[in-house]
Design a protein around this ligand. Structure first.
Ligand code: SF4
Ligand code: SF4
Length: 702
């Protein structure tokens, strides 16, 4: 057996050296860009939560299991990697022991003859084989050749995926051959439990040579697989747990991360701030976390399948956004690393052009139409099984385009000017912000420097809620409901300015900072502690982004507060509303902030209401098309996202579409009006906020 041990160990040393060299290359490449100390700090500060996430997401495969067939298949294949490590310990033990004693009957000390381990090894190998069959069936049924753009695998490297399935298959059949041959020779450590290997030993010949060849084949396929893994998308086997560890918690959504230069939050007052270094303009501006995203993408296409832009024929695929950057990074890797080390390997003009290729541009890595199609809806981040943060990539690229290149859709420029000059995207006078109050038949207190002493909440009305006619109905309904429930509140009126959300999502971080600081100062000076907001974008910004600038407030969305008031009996819906209603989840309320149940709870308390879910709802809800500052841009490519959403709503034959966001109201309302004009929707169909439904039911008709 000496020759077997020599061949086995030489193969191992060579393969580990080749894989190690590649791992070193990947590490060096990932660290050419700016640091991301906040990611390490967060993981350190939240070690307990990170361990839980590793257990639930990585070992428990929580996200993958939401996609049942492929999730179950992946669960077993992944666990096979762990459990079959013991088989490899046995295989290496066998070739070494065979060389020393002439008999390869090694067993792992203490547990190595335990029938349960023998059973587990055989079980997981069989489950892995079945998993491979399931993967193959899924890939054939959902192949791009069959489904075209509708396939989640469209754009993925298909050949590489089949190669990996084939390699895992080779590992499993050689495992059974080696164990069966060992059983035939009396060398298998288990006398029971190994329910496949032991019977196999009874049909295989008792041949030492067969056992030796099978062992070498089993080890050899694993080593080739290792080299393929570190050179392919299957690198995620090693990088995914790291990517999950360093992703933003709880789920990479909610707040946009602070803008950083060299790992430090940007201070716009700093005179030494280099304006050319804002955001990400070239691949070399990517932090190691960005590279970890590139290395972790499994090309599964779950993100793509959920993306509203992709689903309405726009060029944006969140998967390709990551893969195109990754492919470019690999293409320029040697020059990037040489440049990072102060080398001069990039004097050649062609190389220099490649190295300085803009990340975004007509000739760039990412086409501007891709970048500007994103609504920041979070569907991609929500679905990604390895916690890739697509929105962070998009926002950082937008920051560079807007603040360094001044290149963004011209229509959005009007919104930016209006925010700068008037503090709202429509450019209306701030004095109009309190006009809605005059339409009520009770007093609403305005904050005059300080919050009134008896006011529990500051009602953050938002620009749409104060200035847009449809959204004003929600504002008045909420004010009235709070009044009926006896909840004391006050509003800022003309002192309120836009939270800065559209500016930030556009990439105009400077303007966001200005507006946010102004609002935080107003709120702090007024002594505000608790805020209720009707707009999910305001809610998200106030609750999740203002803390980055020191604004610490307790913020609730109106649906959360109203659901609580209904629960406490302070609001009692009594008047029946005999309507079929389908609820549209606003992305910044649902996916970004996990408020799914309260709007539904409110509707369920209204007598007569029959609710029916759309096919895509809750965490798989489909965007209305307004987020990510898209509200302020023209939608010129593909089908309109709001039309797609309303088409889906119409499949439930609703009397009313309800929602909980002023932007969704506008977008869905516009699409419904078009449908009415074309005769595809009934004239009586309307879109309302759940607060409007509630007030209608709480108030008894006179
Ligand atoms: S955030 Fe939404 S629109 Fe943007 S890439 Fe992800 S899924 Fe697509
Ligand atoms: S980004 Fe995530 S969801 Fe999208 S293809 Fe890659 S691994 Fe899959």
């Amino acid at each position: 057996m000496l020759w077997v041990a020599i061949i086995g160990l030489v193969m191992t040393v060579v393969a580990v050296a080749v894989a190690g060299r590649r791992a070193l290359f990947l590490f060096k490449l990932a660290t050419v860009g700016p640091p991301a100390p906040e990611r390490i700090q967060y993981a350190k500060d939240n070690a307990g939560a990170e361990i839980k996430t590793q257990l639930v997401e990585v070992l428990g495969q929580k996200k993958l299991l939401k996609w049942t067939p492929s999730g179950v298949a992946h669960f077993f294949v992944m666990w096979a990697f762990f459990i079959l490590l013991t088989v490899y310990i046995e295989a290496y033990g066998a070739i070494i022991q065979g060389a020393i004693t002439g008999r390869p009957n090694f067993h792992i000390p203490l547990i190595g003859q335990w029938p349960v381990l023998g059973f587990l090894q055989d079980f997981i190998a069989v489950a892995c084989l079945l998993g491979l069959v399931a993967f193959a069936v899924i890939r054939l049924r959902e192949s791009p050749a069959k489904l075209g753009r509708g396939s989640r695998f469209s754009g993925s490297h298909l050949g590489g995926a089949w190669l990996v399935l084939f390699m895992i298959f080779n590992i499993i059949w050689t495992l059974f051959l080696a164990r069966g041959a060992a059983a035939a020779n009396g060398n298998l450590p288990y006398s029971s439990g190994a329910f496949v290997s032991i019977p196999l030993g009874q049909v295989l010949p008792a041949s030492g040579l067969l056992e030796e060849i099978a062992l070498l084949l089993h080890i050899g396929f694993m080593l080739v697989f290792l080299i393929i893994v570190v050179n392919s998308k299957h690198l995620h086997i090693f990088t995914a747990p790291l990517n999950v560890l360093f992703s933003r918690r709880p789920d990479g959504m909610g707040a946009v991360p602070e803008m950083r230069v060299d790992g430090k939050p940007v201070d716009f007052e700093d005179e030494d701030l280099d304006p050319e270094r804002l955001g990400r303009g070239k691949i070399g501006d990517t932090t190691w976390k960005g590279f970890l995203d590139f290395y972790s993408c499994t090309e599964c296409g779950r993100c793509q399948s959920q993306c509203p832009a992709w689903n309405t024929d726009k060029p944006l695929s969140p998967k390709m956004l990551i893969l195109d950057q990754r492919d470019h990074a690999f293409a320029v890797a040697p020059y990037l690393m040489a440049a990072a080390n102060g080398g001069n390997g990039h004097e050649d003009t062609d190389v220099l052009a490649l190295l300085n290729k803009p990340l975004v541009g007509e000739e760039g890595v990412i086409h501007p139409d891709v970048l500007w199609s994103c609504t920041n809806c979070g569907a991609c981040v929500e679905q990604c099984p390895v916690d890739i943060e697509h929105i962070d990539h998009i926002i950082d690229m937008r920051r560079y385009q807007v603040m360094v290149e001044s290149s963004f859709p011209s229509e959005a420029g009007v919104m930016v000017k209006n925010l700068e000059n008037k503090g709202n995207p429509w450019g209306m006078s701030e004095m109009k912000r309190a006009d809605w109050i005059a339409e009520l038949d009770f007093e609403v207190e305005l904050v005059e420097e300080k919050m009134p002493e008896d006011a529990e909440y500051l009602f953050w009305v938002g620009c749409a809620g104060a200035l847009e006619d449809r959204a004003k109905k929600t504002t008045k309904a909420v004010a009235e409901l709070l009044h009926i429930a006896g909840v004391k509140f006050a509003v800022l009126g003309p002192m309120e300015a836009c939270t800065g959300d559209p500016a930030r999502r556009l990439g105009m971080e400077y303007l966001f900072n200005m507006l946010a600081q102004q609002n935080i100062e107003t709120l702090n000076e007024a002594g505000v502690k608790k805020i209720v907001a009707t707009c999910p974008h305001c809610f998200n910004t106030l609750a999740n982004e203002y803390p980055q600038l020191g604004g610490m407030f307790e913020v609730v969305h109106h649906t959360q507060l109203l659901a609580k008031l209904v629960d406490e009996g302070k609001l009692t819906p009594i008047t029946p509303i005999e309507e079929k209603i389908t609820y549209h989840d606003p992305c910044f309320l649902g996916r970004h902030n996990k408020v799914y149940s309260q709007p539904r709870d409110i509707m369920s308390k209204v007598p007569g209401v029959q609710t029916q879910e759309m096919h895509r709802h809750k965490d798989r809800g489909f965007c209305c098309g307004a987020g990510g500052a898209r509200m302020w841009m023209e939608e010129r490519i593909g089908k309109r996202i709001n039309t797609e959403r309303v088409d889906e709503a119409l499949t439930t034959d609703p009397d009313t579409v309800s929602t909980a966001c002023p932007f969704c109201m506008v977008m869905l309302g516009d699409a419904i009006n078009e449908k009415k004009n074309s005769g595809e929707a009934k004239e009586s169909l309307e879109v309302v906020d759940v607060a409007q439904l509630l007030i209608k039911s709480v108030k008894t008709p006179v």
